[in-house]
Ligand binder design. Structure first.
Ligand code: KG4
Ligand code: ZN
Length: 382
């Protein structure tokens, strides 16, 4: 993947993700399904054009992350307002880079949950307006299904069933992907999501926001064996996660060190903390593959771009005869190409959302009942 970056006057980073130096050069034929996908669930405004679920013709991401850094986290109101400013530009760029017009688009897909409600509503309204104007189907996509589907983009041969570890800022799920759009959640976090723990620990040790990439970088300079932070095991649910004890243990250590006037070593704490998180994530994932008799394991979500996780997972998969799939780091964090990939399989199943589709900030994964009610599974548009 090649990422062209430009910093705009307001500090927003405009990115165009290309398959190679030559760009995204797929041509469209009559039988192809070409989807315009939109994502705005958190602090990235994104638009992409995706052909047949796996060929990304364009992938535009406008990241506001630098605007939120001074507040130590995403400020929902600022995020919504920036989406309003940036989304049309992203869509324009996505169409231009794909060398298509709205006439070439077969369906419009959008993340409708989970996420920040004000942020989601920008994408949802935009998608509805475009679908209405071009009289083409509208497809609502679950954000986490999007993250999982990011694996299809660079691994054309990957098909369900497979096990997928989803670890992002809001979610930590271990999922069996039984078929396209069919998920069995076998484990989830009892408290903090993995990314949330990275963000909180980073803030506590003075690395700032966003924590994940900063801890990842600091950990490379540190010794992971200096501290042994606790890894929670949950007695009655062997695939569930809990990161709050681990986070508290790091915070307690830091407070104690400060009270005693001792210096803290950021790199060693980062490395030891990352090791503790990564080992739990890898252990649960490999055990799930073995128990379910599945020899394919994928990772997804922002934390899936963590270099320590990618390294250990690769090694353990190789040792256990499991095929390991991971998206390029830029496809692990929020983007619209993954939403287009997920939407394609929904489109093929005949899923169509009505013009009453709304944002659902706490939309559960795999909850078809809720999903169809949220958008009244209707064929009112094609
Ligand atoms: O998937 P994502 O972009 O947004 C959500 O859907 O939440 O994930 C963002 C999360 C943040 O908590 C961020 O700190 C974490 O992913 N993250 C990382 C890394 N890059 C992003 N965590 C660990 N290591 C990284 N390299
Ligand atoms: Zn995400």
């Amino acid at each position: 993947m090649k990422v062209d970056k430009k910093i705009e006057d307001d500090g927003v980073i405009f990115m165009s993700v290309k398959n190679s130096e030559e760009g995204n050069s797929e041509k469209i034929n009559d039988e192809d399904v070409t989807i315009l996908a939109i994502e705005s669930s958190c602090d990235e405004s994104a638009a992409a054009v995706v052909k047949n679920g796996r060929e990304v013709l364009s992938n535009i991401i406008s990241s506001q992350i630098s605007l939120h850094t001074i507040y130590g986290g995403v400020v929902p109101e600022i995020a919504s307002r920036k989406h309003v400013e940036k989304m049309n530009g992203c869509i324009r760029a996505a169409l231009d880079e794909a060398n298509v017009t709205l006439e070439d688009i077969d369906a419009v897909a959008v993340t409708y949950g989970p996420g920040l409600v004000g942020a989601l509503l920008v994408g949802v309204s935009e998608a509805k307006a475009i679908a209405y104007a071009i009289n083409k189907p509208l497809i609502g996509v679950h954000h986490i299904e999007g993250h999982i589907s990011a694996n299809f983009i660079e691994n054309k041969e990957l098909e369900p069933p497979f096990v997928c570890l989803v670890a992002s800022g809001g979610h930590s799920h271990l999922v069996v992907v039984k078929d396209y759009g069919e998920y069995e959640i076998i484990g989830q976090t009892r408290d903090d999501a993995a990314g949330e723990a990275f963000d909180k620990v980073a803030r506590a040790i003075g690395l700032g926001y966003p924590g994940g990439p900063k801890i990842d970088k600091a950990a490379k300079e540190g010794n992971p064996d200096v501290f042994t932070f606790p890894q929670a095991k949950i007695a009655d649910a062997e695939y569930d996660f809990s990161f709050s004890g681990l986070k508290s243990s790091v915070l307690n250590y830091i407070n104690q060190a400060k009270m005693q006037g001792n210096e803290i070593n950021q790199a060693d704490i980062a490395a030891s903390f990352q090791k503790a998180v990564v080992e739990v994530l890898v252990d649960h994932s490999i055990r799930a593959c073995s128990q379910y008799g599945i020899k394919k394991l994928a990772i997804a979500g922002g934390v899936a771009s963590n270099s320590g996780l990618r390294e250990l997972m690769e090694k353990e998969c190789a040792d256990n005869g499991i095929q390991f799939y991971r998206p390029s780091p830029v496809l692990c964090t929020d983007n619209a190409a993954m939403i287009g990939a997920a939407a394609y399989y929904e489109y093929k199943k005949g899923v169509r959302f009505g013009m009453d589709m709304n944002a659902v900030p706490n939309l559960p994964l795999g909850d078809r009942e809720r999903r169809f009610h949220a958008g009244k599974h209707s064929n009112s548009m094609n």
